[in-house]
Design a protein around this ligand. Structure first.
Ligand code: M6R
Length: 608
């Protein structure tokens, strides 16, 4: 959601800015722009639409010479997507220029005040307020000016700023929006996210709330809002550059689906020691684990769906009561958090605004918070009491696949660990679960290699208008995720239902040709599911089933069946999701949709 880049150094800035913005495309955007300073003037180019337009406008950066600059991909919040609303934004005499990620919540109040002082605005954005506010307080000292506006702005921001009077200095500051900086050979870079800087450095500094950075081609200095210098440690990023490139695949989403076997292995293998589950980073003794009275899982979107699976698995295996909540609801409902509650926040990006707010509120209420996060050093990872990383590597496609699969694995590992310590499973059962876990990567591979069968089916349904996903137990959890995968990238309306709920209203929508995807992997619920499938089929639905090998009885109630290999009842989601991901993907491809960058969506939802 909005991407920021910046560069100061010995090289030409524009090509580096454009390259960085390209790496941030996945975050979602509707316009883009760059501003480059050649020592005389700050020149700017910006435009609505894809980066391709900006590349053409600037002849791949050639028309904007200069060795210091800032760039931005905008995801509209205040004001429609347009050339004029695109960032960067200038003050009136074009001596200060900013790019911004976040929302200035009191921008109207500030704007009215500035208008009363004679400032004229040309855009509808909250960001232009920042440029004029900097101008208003500017006293020749950029650092002091920035701290002054920080005291006046409410909301969230990551800013890249240049001052004409300081041609060698690039400034960056953040509050509640992600920002990283790093040294390159002969310069410094700033960005919203790691993939934009990987080509230039692996050692990055995560800027904390209300920290300011002053960069020149030789130096990088950090300051607090009181202008006090700060010492910071860099974080080494292990991801390799290729991991953030498409590597011959047509889409990032397809590549990332194929990376699932490795990502899953990377996530569980460091935590399996002989026949035991060892999660050192949990920071919990056996006594602490025995003392857990309740687990609250809080997350958004697919991460929330992983949490729903977690509820079934943790309650089933470890017999601990689990509540799952979407973060945007949880943070405003004043939840009851008793002693002994463990709050688990799941997030791929570690920057989702609602999840971060939920984390902070939980800590204020005295709960211990465990983060399950993919991006190392992200806000949720830093602010949680303990963090268990999912090792999926960089995920670029907006629709999550491999990070979600790793979140499922994290849920299983927690359940196994807690169950073992609390004595709700035997050593023998744990050993069997570990064996099943180790088989998942190969089983996922097998299902991925069977993609043509799913593709063939998907091609028949490109014109579908409504699709229902149904399941019971963990299969209901995976139905939610399957339905989200389909709708977010193919724009086909789709709903997930607990199969037993159909009769309470939704079945009235089923008519001739309605597509229903039924997931049935829970042996004790086969019969119930088959009855539900028969019910929709007799009302004209076409039913595709995803079920376990050997459940031949399903054939009498389904028109098309995808079988998944054998595993235990808790781990089936890791296998059933593969045909559902492929189904969503191939429908979107067949419809000619922009699979990796679906409309209106952002990879990292850093504003409410
Ligand atoms: O980065 P997070 O895991 O916190 O993101 C949460 C959701 O925004 C995310 O899972 C979203 O639903 C995905 N685009 C779904 O594919």
């Amino acid at each position: 959601m909005c991407g920021i880049v910046g560069y100061v150094g010995e090289q030409q800035a524009a090509p580096i800015l454009l390259d960085g913005l390209g790496k941030l495309e996945y975050r979602g955007y509707d316009s883009a722009g760059i501003a480059v300073y050649d020592g005389e003037n700050i020149e700017m180019k910006k435009s609505k639409g894809r980066l391709k337009v900006l590349n053409e406008l600037t002849h791949d950066g050639e028309t904007l010479p200069g060795t210091i600059g800032i760039g931005h991909t905008r995801w509209a919040t205040h004001g429609e997507p347009s050339d004029v609303n695109a960032h960067p934004h200038f003050n009136e005499d074009r001596s200060i220029v900013v790019v911004h990620n976040g929302i200035i919540e009191n921008y109207l109040k500030l704007k009215n005040k500035l208008i009363r002082k004679g400032y004229q605005f040309i855009s509808d954005t909250d960001t232009e307020v920042v440029a004029h506010l900097l101008d208003y307080y500017y006293d020749g000292n950029p650092l002091r000016t920035i701290t002054k506006i920080m005291h006046r702005m409410e909301g969230s921001y990551a800013l890249g700023i240049m001052f004409k009077e300081h041609p060698d200095e690039l400034y960056a500051v953040r509050k509640d929006s992600p920002l990283i900086v790093g040294h390159t050979k002969g310069g410094c870079v700033i960005a919203s996210d790691v993939p934009a800087v990987l080509r230039y450095t692996r050692d990055v500094y995560f800027i904390e709330n209300e920290e300011i950075v002053r960069m020149t081609k030789e130096s990088m200095e950090f300051f607090s809002v009181d202008e006090e210098p700060i010492e910071k440690q860099s974080t080494h990023i292990e991801w390799d550059v290729d991991a953030a490139e498409k590597g011959g695949y047509e889409h990032f989403m397809l590549k990332e689906m194929y990376e699932q076997p490795k990502a899953i292995t990377d996530t569980f293998s460091p935590r399996i020691k002989k026949n035991d589950v060892v999660i050192e980073e949990l920071g919990m003794t056996d006594e602490d684990i025995k003392g857990i009275g309740k687990i609250m899982i809080v997350a958004c979107g697919s991460a929330y769906h992983a949490g729903v699976t977690g509820k079934y698995v943790l309650e089933g295996m470890a017999r601990i009561p689990v509540e799952v909540d979407v973060a945007s609801e949880y943070r405003y409902r004043n939840p009851l958090i008793e002693d002994g509650t463990l709050v688990v926040i799941i997030s791929q990006s570690g920057e989702t605004a609602d999840s971060l707010a939920a984390l902070r509120m939980s800590k204020e209420k005295g709960a211990g918070v465990l983060g399950i996060v993919n991006v190392v050093g992200s806000s949720i990872a830093r602010e949680a009491d303990n963090v268990m990383y999912t090792w999926a590597g960089p995920e670029i496609a907006v629709a999550t696949t491999k990070a979600y699969s790793c979140q499922l694995i994290a849920m299983y590992l927690l359940a196994m660990k807690f169950a073992k310590v609390r004595g709700t499973i035997t050593d023998g059962e744990l050993k069997e679960y570990i064996e099943d876990l180790k088989r998942i990567p190969d089983q996922v591979e097998l299902l991925l290699n069977n993609k043509l069968r799913v593709q063939k089916f998907a091609n028949r349904y490109l014109a579908a208008r409504d699709v229902f996903f149904i399941g019971r137990g963990v299969d209901y959890a995976i139905s939610m995720e399957g339905s989200l995968k389909l709708k977010e990238i193919s724009y086909i309306h789709s709903e997930a239902y607990a199969a037993g709920e159909l009769k309470h209203g939704t079945i009235s929508l089923v008519e001739d040709g309605t597509l229903v995807l039924a997931v049935l992997t829970q042996e004790d619920l086969y019969k119930k599911m088959i009855s539900n499938m028969v019910e929709v089929r007799t009302r004209g639905a076409f039913v595709m089933a995803v079920t376990n090998e050997g459940n031949d009885e399903v054939e009498r109630a389904a028109d098309y069946v995808i079988y998944i290999p054998e595993t235990n009842r808790y781990f089936t989601n890791s296998l059933a999701i593969i045909p559902l991901q492929l189904f969503g993907y191939y429908i979107a491809v067949g419809k000619g949709c922009d699979v990796d960058k679906p409309r209106n969506l952002a990879k990292s939802v850093t504003v409410e």
